[in-house]
Design a protein around this ligand. Structure first.
Ligand SMILES: *Cc1c(COP(=O)(O)O)cnc(C)c1O
Length: 447
């Protein structure tokens, strides 16, 4: 069976886009390579819905990969953006909005005394690593396989095995020297971290980890894992960088760190990175930490870091307006919605006898087509990802937009109400049947 062309306008734009942009997209996952078929070019979004250029409406379970925590075009946020824009878009000077946004972040996250605003999560992790190296005077960085920290050269290294090993670059263009400064370990493996520090401890500037891993599908840290990272890093005089770009201001008011604190954590990271939700859909991100460390950043200290558009007034207004709507009640509703969507999907797959696991970390979730929730990247890749392809396309045809890859988290928003979820409920049985009937070559059937 081959599937009909349901998206003529998207196909036409994709062809034109490919002529002037590598692969037709400005971020690789958007090209649908993992699932086959034509990426949908979106024309608008409202609440929990997206509308493509062919006029088809979708329930959005990607939410721009996290930022749209209130849904699309939330009226209060639109108003804040419009008001800010009326006063001018960029001055190259400090503005009040940056102070307000920084104060809001600092008030939400105990571990953060000061933040520096940047324009993307990649910049946040890149700058945090530079600061950690500048602060400690050391060069090596420990990261975990399957954790994504943006496209920072030295962090694009992921080892092929769970052994403590110096990484090879994951991509052409990253030099061996850059990758050589990165030690890649298996996620959730405390013994591997101990061993790496025993061997290289005096050269390690920092350990960087996602607060909860959600870029290999959702893989929660084992109880105590992040705390052990803090303990080991600090024992050797290294810093712990917790990457909350995805989890920050989404899984709780104070991000993943708040969830750990509620569960009794008695450790603290040295640096924290933010992005996604804090920009509300415009380019704004940040890194922050203890004043003692942040004061090493220029112009207060010697570690250089800068940005023409950093703290942009329109982006700051959008981020602040978004965070102001993110109340404790909003997070309770978000948790309930995420839980309900996860259970609906899992029940539908169960009804068709499809082997799968619903993996969660706070209100982040994803489905693995495998018997057990994975603990690390090697296990995550053992799933029957081709079932996801069939599942994805069936839902797409029936007006539900999932991440176009089996290795991404799913996202809901405060706008995902009962009406919105009804669309998912009616689309799920066919999608579960498609997943049950799928075969490993299925992606080739989509044009
Ligand atoms: C998305 C993401 C990044 C990169 O952010 P960009 O804004 O895409 O550069 C970094 N870390 C994590 C955990 C992310 O999920």
């Amino acid at each position: 069976m081959t599937y009909p062309d349901l998206a003529p306008e998207s196909q036409a734009l994709f062809a034109r886009g490919r002529a002037v942009t590598p692969g037709g997209v400005n971020s690789p996952v958007r090209a649908f390579k993992a699932v086959g078929g034509t990426p949908r070019f979106m024309a608008s979004g409202h609440g929990p819905y997206l509308v493509d250029v062919d006029g088809r409406e979708y329930l959005d379970l990607v939410c721009s990969w996290g930022p749209m925590v209130l849904g699309h075009a939330h009226p209060t946020v639109v108003d804040a953006i419009q008001r800010a824009a009326t006063h001018g878009f960029s001055f190259g000077t400090p503005t009040a909005g940056e102070v307000l946004l920084a104060e809001e972040i600092v008030s939400r996250v105990d571990a953060v005394d000061q933040v520096r605003l940047v324009s993307s999560g990649t910049e946040a992790t890149m700058s945090a690593i530079r600061l950690a190296r500048g602060f400690t005077g050391r060069s090596k960085v420990v990261k975990f396989a399957g954790c994504y920290h943006g496209h920072v050269d030295s962090l694009l290294a992921a080892a092929g095995s769970g052994l403590a090993t110096f990484a090879l670059p994951d991509t052409p263009g990253v030099t061996g020297a850059q990758a050589h400064e990165t030690i890649v370990l298996a996620y959730n493996d405390v013994a591997a971290v101990e061993a790496a520090f025993a061997e290289h401890g005096s050269d390690i500037a920092a350990v960087i980890t996602e607060a909860a891993a959600a870029n290999m599908g959702v893989v929660a840290p084992r109880d105590g894992f992040n705390g052990e990272l803090a303990r080991i890093a600090h024992e050797y005089g290294a810093l712990l960088v917790i990457d909350e770009v995805m989890t920050g201001f989404r899984v709780a008011r104070g991000g993943w760190l708040e969830l750990e604190n509620r569960a009794g954590a008695d450790w603290s990271p040295d640096l924290v990175t933010f992005g996604k939700v804090m920009g509300g859909g415009l380019p704004a991100a940040a890194f922050g930490g203890r004043a003692e460390i942040m004061s090493h950043l220029a112009p207060a200290g010697p570690v250089y870091q800068a940005g023409t558009l950093a703290g942009n007034p329109v982006a700051a207004a959008c981020g602040l307006a978004t965070l102001m709507q993110c109340s404790p009640e909003m997070y309770e509703a978000l948790d309930r919605t995420a839980d309900r969507v996860g259970r609906l999907v899992s029940d539908a797959l169960g009804d068709e006898g499809v082997v799968h696991t619903l993996a969660t970390a706070g209100n982040l979730f994803s489905i693995f087509f495998s018997e057990q929730a994975p603990d690390n990247y090697d296990q995550a890749r053992e799933q029957e990802a081709w079932r996801y392809t069939a599942f994805f396309h069936s839902l797409l045809d029936n007006g539900v937009y999932l991440p176009p890859s089996a290795y991404e988290a799913w996202f809901v928003s405060a706008a995902h109400d009962d009406n919105a979820l009804d669309r998912l409920v009616s689309a799920l049985p066919a999608a579960a049947k498609a997943a049950a009937a799928a075969h490993p070559d299925i992606a080739k059937e989509f044009v």
